[in-house]
Design a protein around this ligand. Structure first.
Ligand code: APR
Ligand code: ZN
Ligand code: ZN
Length: 367
């Protein structure tokens, strides 16, 4: 099959012919219908984040189940439409038992081996050379083999593009609000970075009744979208001192919850400066592996602030994704407005060029 292969950091991904082996125990083979152009893949292209190479890119995808491996549970059937998860769930490790499957031990296995949850790859190069999965998914490809616990059945009426972005950007943003922030009703909430993840957080915040939702970005088109999704106050951080504007909008107190969805020390600091005494910064954006975020001790202690990280919306995707799909179908999460240009898979390098140039909406690759 054809797939977008990353050979080494700094070189653009290229469409190549690769081999995909049959699904093994508890695995499924899925024909990809849509894959989202998520910023996280780009960190691997630059080398800011590292994974075993060469690999097939893509971790935000959806498609149709074509084949079941041996000993499949029966929960997923041939012909089902599924959204793919980049965190599997073993169900028995401490994190899974504690209800926090994002931190499942299998995530470490996938990251260390570049394989599926059993630590081996179903991908190879035509000459028999090694080829790795990215985050157990690798959906910039015509087909994938994944563990069935890394798939959630998509209800009728949810298009593949929506299913794909829901399984990464949307659940990451919405989940940070639903699963980490609490008692947001009638209280201000700040979101910095209105990309696919950040705008999803805005929609999630609007549903919880947070008010005013304040959004900072440097791109007016993104701010316009944020207003459409329920932001009451938007601030262009390039033109305005964002921290001063947020303090002014909150009577000098700051916000109890500030979400940073970019992954940069400067905007994390902005979020901290905007946080009220006793408030919490929720760090969602991924940075380079060696990124540090210095926290002034007095803000932490004297103002009793909290800084917490949230990966994948701190969610339980098997529970949270169906909730997201149901709200979408009810017209209460306008996820269609997040979608950007659809491009053929062969244009993967150009699609990332457009992401970096600030193209509106989530780019979608169609194999
Ligand atoms: N101040 C405010 N906004 C900024 C700044 C800044 N200094 N720099 C960039 N932005 C905005 C961009 O204009 C864009 O709207 O941050 C947003 C980033 O969005 P995307 O590139 O679409 O990234 P997204 O896919 O949403 O992911 C955000 O989360 O999962 C991680 O790896 C991912 O680090 C990435 C982050
Ligand atoms: Zn992603
Ligand atoms: Zn586990």
């Amino acid at each position: 099959m054809r797939a977008a292969v990353l050979r080494s950091p700094g070189t653009p991904p290229r469409l190549e012919d690769v081999e995909l082996a049959e699904p093994r125990d508890g695995e499924i083979l899925v024909r990809i219908e849509a894959a989202g152009v998520c910023h996280s893949d780009y960190h691997y292209m630059t080398g800011d984040l590292t994974a075993p190479l060469p690999l097939v890119l893509g971790h935000e995808g959806a498609g149709i189940v074509e084949e079941l491996g041996p000993r499949a549970s029966g929960r997923i059937k041939v012909g089902d439409r599924v959204a793919l998860l980049w965190r599997p769930r073993c169900g028995v490790c401490d994190a899974c038992v504690a209800g926090n499957p994002v931190l499942c031990e299998l995530g470490k296995v996938q990251a260390a081996t570049g394989g599926l949850p059993d630590g081996t790859s179903r991908l190879s190069l035509p000459d028999g050379g090694e080829l790795h999965h990215l985050m157990g998914v690798s959906c910039f490809a015509e087909r994938v083999v994944v563990n069935e616990n890394a798939a959630v059945v998509v209800p009728d009426g949810v298009p593949p593009e929506i299913a794909a972005i829901s399984a990464c950007a949307v659940i990451t943003g919405v989940g940070a609000v639903w699963n980490v922030a609490s008692k947001t009703q009638g209280l201000p909430l700040l979101l910095i970075g209105a990309g696919g993840v950040g705008l999803s957080a805005v929609m999630g915040a609007a549903l919880t009744g947070a008010h005013p939702v304040i959004v900072v970005d440097i791109d007016d088109e993104k701010l316009e979208l944020a207003r459409e999704f329920g932001a009451a106050i938007t601030i262009n951080g390039r033109e305005t001192d964002a921290a001063a504007a947020v303090l002014e909008a909150t009577g000098g107190r700051g916000v109890p919850w500030a979400i940073e969805a970019i992954g940069r020390p400067a905007t994390l600091r902005q979020a901290l400066d905007c946080t009220a005494a006793g408030g919490t910064v929720i760090a969602v954006g991924l940075g380079a592996a060696d990124t540090d975020f210095p926290v002034p001790l007095n803000q932490l202690v004297q103002r009793q602030k909290h800084v917490v990280g949230s990966l994948y919306g701190s969610s339980n995707p098997q529970l949270d994704l169906p909730r997201i799909f149901a709200l979408y179908l009810a017209g209460r999460l306008p996820l269609d407005r997040l979608l950007g240009e659809r491009m053929p898979l062969a244009e993967v390098a150009a699609a990332y060029g457009r992401l970096l140039a600030g193209a509106p909406g989530r780019g979608i690759l169609i194999p």
